[in-house]
Write a protein that binds this ligand. Structure first.
Ligand code: CDP
Length: 224
């Protein structure tokens, strides 16, 4: 079983995907974390970072497939870079700013997609990302597209990072959400969009339980 959950930053994908994976006893694949780990590798390898070095980053990873490893423990995906657990490091804002260069590179995207498809051959999976229902698994019948108003998505991120809503930091967060939406939706390769057969869920007014209630009836029949 492959469950694809796509949507913009802060739409609640990862929270829901993790919970679903636990509930259905499947693995959880965070495709964004793989893009982030490739980005961190680029930042660590090239003084000038990922911009302009995308092809070299791809070649290095292709020739040294052990550089990035992924393990799955208790429905949690752990990212390893040169045998270091970088699951926290990849959340650094420096990575968030540069990930677009990797996400915009066809060969790097193929690298990520191959890794995801290999895992999905072995296990049932819930995968969150931007192009899972459109490009990576267009044939899966289980596709969900989560969305929410940008300001609400920024509020969620602010809560995660303990940023007060009346601070300049919050204004910055709203700007960054809008910039990332634009980058994700206007990208030439694998842009963020809802697959025509995905169920759209606006999570603006829903809590986690509310979102699960919308999703589960579409999946339950499969379990029996
Ligand atoms: O910050 P957030 O959790 O929303 O993003 P993420 O899921 O960690 O993904 C990081 C970045 O990787 C996103 O901004 C996307 O541009 C890119 N990405 C992608 O292009 N395709 C995917 N399937 C997943 C992520």
């Amino acid at each position: 079983m492959i469950i694809a959950i796509d949507g913009p930053a802060g739409s609640g994908k990862s929270t829901i995907a993790k919970l679903l994976a636990k509930k259905l006893n499947t693995e959880y694949i965070d495709s964004g974390a793989i893009y982030r780990t490739i980005t961190l590798f680029g930042i660590q390898t090239f003084a000038e970072g990922c911009e302009g070095n995308e092809s070299r980053i791809f070649e290095l990873l292709k020739d040294n497939p052990e550089t990035i490893k992924i393990s799955y423990e208790d429905h949690t995906q752990i990212m390893w870079l040169n045998n270091e657990n970088v699951s926290q490091k990849i959340r650094d804002p420096k990575v968030t700013v540069q990930v677009k260069y990797i996400a915009d590179h066809q060969n790097c995207r193929e690298l990520v997609n191959q890794s995801i498809r290999k895992t999905a051959e072995k296990y049932s999976v819930v995968i969150d990302g931007r192009d899972i229902g459109t490009i990576v698994f267009p044939k899966t019948p289980y596709k969900f597209y989560l969305d929410a108003k940008p300001v609400i998505r920024a509020e969620r991120r602010a809560k995660e990072y303990s940023i007060p809503l009346d601070s300049p930091g919050f204004e910055q967060l709203v700007k960054s959400i809008n910039t990332r939406d634009k980058e994700d939706k206007e990208r030439k390769i694998a842009p963020l969009r809802k697959a025509s057969d995905a169920l759209l869920i606006d999570t603006s007014g829903l809590d986690i339980e509310g979102v699960l209630k919308e999703i589960l009836p579409h999946i339950q029949p499969l379990k029996s």
